[in-house]
Write a protein that binds this ligand. Sequence first.
Ligand code: PDD
Length: 289
Amino acid sequence: MSRIAYVAGQYVPHAQAAVHIEDRGFQFADGVYEVIAVRDGHLIDEEPHFQRLHRSLGELRIAPPLADAALKIVLREIARRNGVDRGSIYLQITRGVAPRDHAFPKAAKPTLVLTARRARPPDPRLAEEGVAVITIPDIRWQRCDIKSVALLPNVLGKQQAREAGAFEAWQVDADGHVTEGTSSNAWIVTRDGAVVTHPANHAILNGVTRLALIDVVKRAGCRLEERPFTLAEAKSAREAFLTSTTSDLLPVVRIDDAPVGNGNPGLLSQKLRAAYLARVGLAHAAAAP
Ligand code: PDD
C-alpha cells in the first residue's frame, strides 16, 4: 500500500507531499505537533491529545485550521488510507506561509500536515530487560509545556544517547533536578514505594501517557508524588521508568554508569506497565460501538 499524507487540505502521495519554502514551520519552527498512537485501528487517548494541541496552539496564538470534528475525520481517514492498524499519526500545525519576518504575518493561513505510519510491536526485550539512560544538562527554553516543533536540544540529546548506546537522555536542570527525557517523561519509585514524576509546569511536556499513568498509579493504590527529584535521588531509587506515546512504559535499569536498584526492571514498573497496557486495551474496547 503506497503511503498518503494530508497537506493543507489535500491527500497526496507521501513521496510528493511538500510545504512551501516560506512556511514558518520550516523557517522559524513556528508550529506545534502531536503524535497519536493507533492500536487495533483505534486512536489512543484522542481527547487529551486534542486538549494539549489546543493548549499549544493557544499559547502560540495560532488559529486551529480545522474544527475538531473535521480534524477527527481526517485523522481516521489518514490512518485508513495508510492501512495503519497499529502505529502512529503525526500531526503538525504551523503558523503558515508568509515572507520571512519574525513578527506574526497579518494574514497567514495555518498549515496542517498529517502523516500516518505503521509500526511493528516494539522489541519485547526493551520491556523485559529495561533500557539505559544517560543524563545531559537541560538546555531548553522555559516553555517546554508547549509541544513545539522546535526540538533541537531534544534531537542533540537523543543523538548523544544513541552514540552512548542508551535508549534515552534524561535532562537535568540547573538545580540538579531531572526534568524529563528528550521524547518521554521520567519517573522513579523511591525506596519507600512512592511513584515520583516532575510536576507538569513549564519545565516539561505534560505527556498524555504521563496523565494516563497518573490515573493508573492512583487506581493501583500507590502513592503518587508530582515533585522535582534530583539525579542523586534517581540514582539511588528502587526503580525508574519512562513513558511516552511510542514507548508506553519502559523500565529504566541504568542511569549513566549506575544500575537502578538491582539492575533489573522493577516489579512495580512491570505492574504499572501491564496496567497501562490493559487500560489502553480497555480504552478502545469502551470506544467501540
Ligand atoms: N514525544 N516529553 C517530551 C519532550 C516529548 O517529546 C514527549 C513525546 C513526551 C511524552 O508525551 P506523550 O506521552 O504525550 O507521548 C514527553 C513524542 C512521542 C515525539 O516527539 O515523538
